[in-house]
Design a protein around this ligand. Sequence first.
Ligand SMILES: Cc1cc2nc3c(=O)[nH]c(=O)nc-3n(C[C@H](O)[C@H](O)[C@H](O)COP(=O)(O)O)c2cc1C
Length: 376
Amino acid sequence: MNSLNIGGLKARLPIIQGGMGVGISLSGLASAVANEGGIGVISAVGIGLNEPNYSNNFRDANRTALIKEIRKAKAKTKGIIGINIMLALTDFDEILNIGINEKIDVVFMGAGLPLKIPSIISQQKFENTKTKFVPKVSSAKAAKLIFQYWSNKYQRVPDAVVVEGPKSGGHQGFKKKDLNDPNINIFNLIKETIPEIDKFEQQYGIEIPIIAAGGIYTGKDIFEIMQAGAKGVKMGTRFVTTDECDAAMSFKKNYLSCKKEDITIIDSPVGLPGRVIRNNFVDQILNGAKKPIKCPWKCLKTCDYKEVPFCIAKALINSAKGYFSEGFSFAGTNAYLADKIQTVKETFSELILEYDTLTYMKTIEKSLQFSNKSVA
Ligand SMILES: Cc1cc2nc3c(=O)[nH]c(=O)nc-3n(C[C@H](O)[C@H](O)[C@H](O)COP(=O)(O)O)c2cc1C
């Protein structure tokens, strides 16, 4: 596999571990991935869940926990560590500030359009930061909008872009009705995004890698999407069933025991569809149950806690701790493929072996075609 260059930050392997909240990808998983040559990502979403003051001062708890997790990850690896922040979070600016202040290598941003990031960075006096900024989008149109906005207003562009298709775990950047549209798939999304980003590569004379996400699970998936023009992949679901993943064992076991038909879509209070593994709690939500909410946080800009049927933060905190009577596991469409828990090292070895085998077969195929032509 080729290396991945994000604004001069070079990962030996083009594999980014998707940030997974709440409490699923912390320093344990992120550092293990970074040690294998990929990019490990700590999810900042609800990261303060284990801090004693989380219920009465979630902002302070998130700040404390994020600093701890970044420092713990950096102590365990010399590799590349990122953080993942959802734009819908009410403490987005504070989390960004901590990430940059802690000299995080890269910030991934999803669940919204990160249009004003350069302005926030300059307000926070971080103009000279080495941290890279990477938005996650679900369409070429959204990528174009962000790049054009940054370029026109701030004379710069993001360092890379993640394009996520409709098979991913967690929140979806698509309308529910589009999730099963066969034309909306990661291959078409990558093909549509390439010419949009190409213009900015020409204009700025830089490399801007397009990273594919959503349903990438095997070395074959990586091979195929790289053939379609992606320069890297971001994988979440695949890394849940690793020893180093920071989730409770029962969260990982949900992946091992689920079947394809158990993976379903709910309406999340974030205001987006979310992909989850079905259980009693999910069935209650799907059947219209309302779980009374006394919101101690107002953690999401997009959530009207008096209206939503349940608290997404509480549901995810419960699941991170293994309490599934009032929670669920986010998961991608391929979660049912997991049949064992293995180390991150073993996961990387499998992915690389599958990828290299296909690369080798393709080389042989090409040389056979060439020698057939020469004989003819
Ligand atoms: C359990 C789980 C939790 C996730 N949590 C977040 C999150 O908090 N914020 C976010 O932007 N993306 C989140 N994601 C999405 C991942 O970062 C990544 O984009 C996605 O998993 C890629 O698709 P895949 O799961 O098919 O590999 C989550 C995914 C999973 C599986």
